[in-house]
Design a protein around this ligand. Structure first.
Ligand code: LLP
Length: 437
C-alpha cells in the first residue's frame, strides 16, 4: 500500500489526513471533495526556505508558483511562511491582491500578458514583472510610463536545456513558446533595449526548464548557463544584475513507482553550482530565486469521491465509477499522469484485481486511473485519490456543467472550507437570456 506523505491510518483503520478521518470528512462535506493538509504545506514551505538559508545564506527568495493551487487562503499561508508568490495571470494576481499579500513579493509571469493585466500589476506595485518577449517589454514600458511608475523587471530566458520530462511540461528548450532565446542573441538584444528605457529597472534573469523533474543535472546546467549569461550581460552591456531565478519543477512522488527527491540536497547542489560559477568568473553571487509549485502542494492533497457503481469484471474491464473525474482532475486525460487510490474506510484492504477508475463525464476518455490493483469495491464506498494537491483544483472545469468541489484545509483534527462547493446557481450565474429569445 502506498501512502502519500500527508496520510496515516487511524485507530478505526480509516484513512486520516491532518488529524481528520477521511470517511467523516466525506460524510460531513460531501463528495467530490479536495482535502489539503495545512501542516504538510507549511513543512514543505519551510524546507525550501530553510535550505536556501542554509546553503545560500538566505540571499534570495522562494516563490510559491500559485498556478499549482491558488486560493486566497493559500496566499495567506504562503505569506505567513515568508515566501514570495509567482502569479501567471490577472486572476492569480487578483487573488493575491484580495488576500492582502505583500505586493513586493509578487512576481508576475506569463507569455502574453494583456494590457489590463500589466496595468493591474503596475498599479499594485508588484515586485517584478517577468518579461517574456520583446513586444511585452515595449508594452510594459509604455504602460508604466503612462502611469508614471518605474517597474522592476526580470527577463525570461530559454537556456536551451532539455529537461527530459513529459513534452507538455518541458519549457527550457530553444523552441519553447516561453521566453527569449539565448542562442541567437535575442535575449541580449532585448535586455540592451531595456537598458535605454527610463521606466524599466532591470533586476535579473529567469528560466524554468520544466516540471516533474527528478535529476539534478538539468538544474546544474541551467545554473551554469544563467551565471554565464549574467556575466555576458555585465561585460557587453555594463549592467550588473542582482538576481537569477531558476524556476520550479521539483519532482513529486505520486505513486510507489516514483522516486522522491531530497529537496535539501537539490537546493544545496544548485546553490553550490551558482557560487562556483560566480567564483570562476570573479562575480558576486546574485540573489537566488526558486519557484516550486507542485512540490509544495501535490503531496498535501487528496480527493475524496463516492463510488456510484462498479461495472464489468469477469473477463471485461472492471470499472469503478466515481462522482467526479476529468472535470476535477484532468491530468490523466492530458498527460496520462499516474495516481494511486485507496478506500477511505479500509486503505489496507488487499487488492483482488485490476480496475479502471472512471469519472461521470460524457467521454469514454474520462479516466482518473487506468489499470490499478484494487480491492473489492462497492457502491457507496469513499475512494481517495492521492497526491492531488497540485494542478487539480487549479485545472478543474465545469465540463458537463458539473459544479466544482469544495476545498477543505485540515490541520490538527480541524477542517475548514477554503473554497466553497459550487452549486447550480453558480453554474448559471453568467448565463444571459437575450430579450428576443
Ligand atoms: N515557474 C514557472 C515559470 C512555471 O511555468 C512553473 C510551472 C513553475 C514555476 C512551477 O513548476 P512546478 O514546481 O509546479 O513543477 N499543468 C501541469 C504543470 C504545468 C507547469 C507549468 N509551469 C501538470 O499538471 O503537471
Amino acid at each position: 500500500m502506498f501512502l502519500s506523505e500527508a496520510l496515516s491510518i487511524n485507530s478505526k483503520g480509516h484513512l486520516e489526513i491532518g488529524g481528520c478521518d477521511a470517511v467523516e470528512l466525506a460524510r460531513e462535506f460531501g463528495t467530490p471533495l479536495y482535502v489539503m493538509d495545512e501542516g504538510l504545506i507549511r513543512r514543505n514551505c519551510s524546507s525550501f526556505r530553510d535550505s536556501l538559508m542554509k546553503h545560500y545564506g538566505g540571499n534570495g527568495l522562494i516563490l510559491y508558483a500559485s498556478k499549482a493551487f491558488c486560493a486566497m487562503a493559500m496566499c495567506r499561508i504562503i505569506e505567513s511562511e515568508g515566501l514570495g508568490l509567482d502569479v501567471a495571470s490577472g486572476g492569480e494576481l487578483y487573488t493575491a491582491i484580495k488576500s492582502g499579500f505583500s505586493m513586493e513579493r509578487v512576481y508576475f509571469h506569463g507569455n502574453n500578458k494583456t494590457e489590463g493585466e500589466i496595468e493591474l500589476a503596475v498599479e499594485n506595485n508588484v515586485g517584478r514583472i517577468i518579461i517574456d518577449n520583446r513586444e511585452e517589454l515595449f508594452k510594459v514600458h509604455r504602460l508604466a510610463s503612462g502611469l508614471g511608475r518605474k517597474v522592476r523587471v526580470t527577463f525570461r530566458i530559454k537556456p536551451g536545456i532539455d529537461a527530459h520530462t513529459h513534452d507538455a511540461v518541458k519549457t527550457g528548450m530553444s523552441n519553447s513558446k516561453f521566453g527569449l532565446t539565448l542562442e541567437n542573441g535575442e535575449a541580449l538584444e532585448v535586455i540592451s533595449q531595456a537598458k535605454a528605457m527610463e521606466n524599466i529597472i532591470i533586476k535579473g534573469i529567469h528560466c524554468h526548464i520544466g516540471s516533474q523533474l527528478f535529476h539534478i543535472a538539468p538544474y546544474k546546467a541551467a545554473a551554469q548557463t544563467m551565471v554565464d549569461f549574467l556575466d555576458r550581460i555585465r561585460k557587453t552591456l555594463g549592467v550588473e544584475l542582482e538576481e537569477i531565478n531558476l524556476g520550479g519543477g521539483f519532482g513529486v512522488r505520486y505513486t510507489a513507482r516514483h522516486s522522491s527527491i531530497d529537496i535539501d540536497s537539490f537546493i544545496g547542489e544548485i546553490c553550490r553550482t551558482v557560487k562556483e560559477e560566480c567564483e570562476k568568473r570573479g562575480i558576486k553571487p546574485p540573489a537566488l530565486l526558486l519557484e516550486p509549485g507542485r512540490s509544495i502542494v501535490a503531496p498535501a492533497g487528496i480527493t475524496l469521491y463516492t463510488v456510484g457503481t462498479v461495472k464489468g469484471g469477469n473477463g471485461f474491464n472492471r470499472y469503478i465509477i466515481v462522482d467526479g473525474g476529468m472535470a476535477d482532475n484532468p491530468r490523466y486525460v492530458l498527460y496520462q499522469a499516474p495516481y494511486e487510490a485507496l478506500l477511505a474506510h479500509h486503505p489496507q484492504a488487499p487488492a483482488v484485481s485490476e480496475a479502471t477508475i472512471a469519472g461521470k463525464s460524457c467521454e469514454s476518455g474520462d479516466i482518473l486511473i487506468r489499470n490499478i490493483a484494487m480491492p473489492e469495491v462497492k457502491p457507496g464506498d469513499i475512494l481517495a485519490v492521492l497526491a492531488t494537491g497540485a494542478y487539480n483544483y487549479s485545472m478543474s472545469s465545469n465540463y458537463n456543467r458539473l459544479p466544482r468541489p469544495a476545498v477543505l484545509l485540515v490541520r490538527n483534527g480541524r477542517a475548514r472550507v477554503i473554497v466553497k462547493r459550487e452549486d447550480y446557481e453558480d453554474i448559471v450565474r453568467n448565463d444571459i437570456i437575450p430579450d428576443d429569445l
